[in-house]
Design a protein around this ligand. Structure first.
Ligand SMILES: C[S@@+](CC[C@H](N)C(=O)[O-])C[C@H]1O[C@@H](n2cnc3c(N)ncnc32)[C@H](O)[C@@H]1O
Length: 278
């Protein structure tokens, strides 16, 4: 699918989910789809969900908890790529405190409206939600300490560009600390397609070693991919059966191959661009 079409499909899907949260009090399920609701349950601790508005929790569509793993420090500037209803931005803002700042970036007006309303309800000042695309981040070079993201980069049709942009806006020494769905090893195309429909990743997840290669090409070092949850066929059985898939026949091709992971990388200190690191 061309990149522009992918974006439109993604935008429409998340606009619908944002509307559902506001009108029905639930993201599940836009037009009867299971979406990413299945993998978004129970990602946050009680004290985290208790510290943000209920609508931010209801609109949580991630596949991990990047703020818990990113080791955010007082005074840092954080950027969340594809911030949705804003849960990770609000949690980050609390961690970096009033001397820090948390930006959320999203392309979908309905999600931005929901996130801004959640910010208002939370009464948190050091937060700004920006409209824009993760392939073209509307922030200056070398301006961000930490980039987080939660199950969004897998939706982009141009992941190289997203990673180049992430590298550009990070300060030298800045951290990339992202939750995403990745695959591991050979998976037949039809099995891959069905599983990714289940996790809700329209444009497709990267294989773990492709992710490492792309991060290195963008200029990052200290790259690490840590699985946080490996999905098995039982996780997806109800959804796949509903799609007419013979679940038992593909079980061996799924086991251990689809996972949520925490992806870490660093922009080298003293680094001004992918080709001019000190
Ligand atoms: C799976 S949801 C995740 C939302 C949020 N990170 C969370 O954990 O709840 C994906 C979000 O990313 C946004 N998004 C997807 N592709 C994008 C792109 N290329 N540029 C900006 N935002 C994008 C969607 O509008 C949606 O709000």
């Amino acid at each position: 699918m061309p990149e522009v079409d992918i974006k439109e499909v993604v935008r429409e899907r998340y606009a619908g989910i944002a509307r559902n949260v506001q009108t029905l009090g639930s993201p599940c399920c836009y037009d009867g789809e299971e979406g990413s609701c299945g993998i978004s349950a129970n990602l946050y601790a009680g004290d985290e969900t208790g510290s943000v508005p209920e609508e931010a929790v209801l609109a949580s569509l991630g596949c991990g908890n990047p703020t818990a793993l990113a080791d955010l420090k007082e005074g840092e500037t954080v950027l969340d790529l594809g911030s949705g209803g804003g849960i990770d931005v609000l949690l980050s803002a609390r961690r970096v405190g009033p001397s820090g700042k948390a930006y959320g970036l999203d392309m979908t007006d309905e999600m931005l409206a929901l996130a801004r309303e959640n910010r208002r309800k939370a009464g948190i000042e050091n937060v700004e939600f920006l409209k824009g695309e993760i392939e073209n981040i509307p922030l200056p070079d070398n301006s961000v300490d930490v980039i987080i993201s939660n199950c969004v980069i897998n939706l982009s049709g141009d992941k190289d560009r997203v990673l180049r942009e992430a590298f550009r806006v990070l300060k030298p020494g800045g951290r990339f600390a992202v939750s995403d769905v990745v695959t591991r090893g050979e998976v037949p195309a039809d099995v891959r397609q069905n599983m990714l429909l289940w996790v809700g990743c329209i444009a497709g997840a990267l294989e773990d070693h492709d992710y490492v290669t792309k991060l290195a090409k963008a200029g990052f070092d200290a790259i690490d991919i840590e699985p946080t949850r490996v999905y098995n066929i039982e996780d997806a059985r109800a959804f796949l059966s509903g799609q007419g898939v013979d679940v038992d026949a593909i079980a061996s091709q799924v086991e251990g191959k689809f996972m949520s992971a925490f992806i870490r990388a660093t922009k080298p200190a003293g680094c001004c661009g992918p080709n001019c690191c000190a």
